[in-house]
Design a protein around this ligand. Structure first.
Ligand code: APR
Ligand code: ZN
Ligand code: ZN
Length: 368
């Protein structure tokens, strides 16, 4: 039996249970002893009902650990291997994977919709009931079973806390800059929301060679962090209209590329408005299901020749991008240790949610 944090209902504190039973991995699955899991805003979004979740569910999707057992037919992974959990398992064979859009893998979408693994069922049980697993993962558990196509082997010497962050915030944020937007050298970039994901958009923009990186947040600590991660200017979004402040900094044109990395209706509207004619607005944050993209078709899109682009998992191909990110980290281009504001035990996960609401911390990481 292992310990896990279980969501039992909307707005209920996660229950820390130590009676969770783990079934053996089935064909194509691996058992992972979790080394660390980041607490990402999407976990909070499930707990507070912004995103739908079946209950009871083990949350957590930003994790890394060590393979303990492999199911039938698993090749390329063996007990002892260190892995980053990819919350989008990527099969390499479906329509999307074959077209270089692995972040949209059909098999991952089936799992996501079911709340279980690839076949919709789940390997964790507690008190006589199956526990769903967030994004075919459930990294808020000492041990989890995940699809082998959702586990990416990494070198043993990478700190698992750092590796965990690669699994969501870093792949998503850096990927948004490098893959989704393909930022050009010298570009003027605006990043709305400088949390665990937004800070990674900023460092991705820096790596892409952006000329100016304007960070926007309502929290002063975050704006300071944004500068450390590569922002060249910052805007306190609580003061005056953020859109007109970006306009003032860009000769009234707007940014070449603007990213929304929070998931709020208001900031989605602002991000689209602060994008220049011919530019790209990239929507990264996961909003409430009733949020809409509200733009006048002629003035806002046709005449403005503006691209409004969604970003799912940083448009990442995890087998290509995880090794690349590790190279950037080793070369000193990618700040990952600096993202970790606090390390906690799994018992303190509800405190991490509270801290996230204040917006003071970059990332809290659960260390098992
Ligand atoms: N204007 C500007 N910044 C804001 C505003 C606002 N109106 N409201 C909140 N913020 C800032 C917060 O201060 C915080 O720094 O947005 C940031 C959000 O960061 P986190 O809570 O750390 O969220 P993060 O984990 O980065 O996730 C961001 O991406 O993956 C998705 O579901 C995730 O939608 C979420 C988004
Ligand atoms: Zn996440
Ligand atoms: Zn696929």
């Amino acid at each position: 039996m292992v310990k896990a944090a279980v969501m039992t209902g909307i707005d209920q504190p996660l229950e820390i249970r130590d009676d969770v039973e783990v079934e053996a991995p089935r064909a194509g699955e691996v058992q992972v002893r979790m080394g660390a899991s980041g607490v990402c805003h999407s976990d909070l979004s499930m707990q507070n009902g912004t995103m739908m979740a079946p209950v009871p569910i083990v949350l957590g999707h930003e994790g890394a650990g060590v393979v303990e057992r492999v199911g039938e037919g698993v090749t390329g992974l063996a007990p002892g291997d260190h892995v980053v959990i990819s919350w989008v398992p990527q099969c390499g064979e479906c329509f999307f994977c074959l077209r270089g859009e692995a972040e949209l893998c059909e098999r991952s979408m089936t799992a996501l919709a079911s709340g279980g693994l690839l076949d919709g069922s789940t390997r964790l049980t507690s008190r006589g009931r199956p526990l769903y697993q967030m994004t075919a993962a459930g990294t808020f558990s000492e041990v989890s079973i995940v699809p082998a196509i959702g586990a990416v082997k990494i070198p043993d010497d990478i700190d698992l806390r750092v590796a965990a962050l690669i699994g969501c915030g870093v792949l998503t944020g850096v990927g948004a800059a490098l893959n989704t937007a393909r930022i050009r050298e010298g570009a003027t970039v605006a990043v709305v929301g400088c949390g665990g994901v937004g800070l990674n958009v900023i460092q991705g923009a820096r790596i892409a060679g952006a000329g100016e990186i304007i960070a926007l947040d309502t929290n002063e600590t975050k704006l300071r962090l944004a500068k450390e991660f590569g922002a060249t200017a910052s805007i306190d979004a609580t003061q005056r209209d953020p859109v007109s402040q970006v306009m003032a900094m860009t000769a009234q044109r707007g940014a070449d590329v603007a990213f929304e990395v929070i998931g709020l209706q208001q900031t989605i509207d602002q991000t689209i408005a602060m994008t220049r004619r011919g530019g790209q607005a990239i929507l990264v944050g996961v909003p409430r299901m009733d949020a809409v993209v509200n733009v006048p078709a002629f003035f806002g899109v046709v005449l403005a020749e503006k691209t409004i682009k969604g970003c799912w998992y940083g448009s990442s191909n995890v087998r290509r991008d995880v090794p690349r990110l590790i190279e950037h980290y080793r070369a000193g281009d990618l700040k990952l240790d600096e993202l970790i504001s606090r390390t906690i035990g799994i018992e303190q996960v509800n405190e991490a949610f509270e801290a996230m609401k204040t917006g003071e911390l970059a990332r809290t990481v659960i260390h098992y």
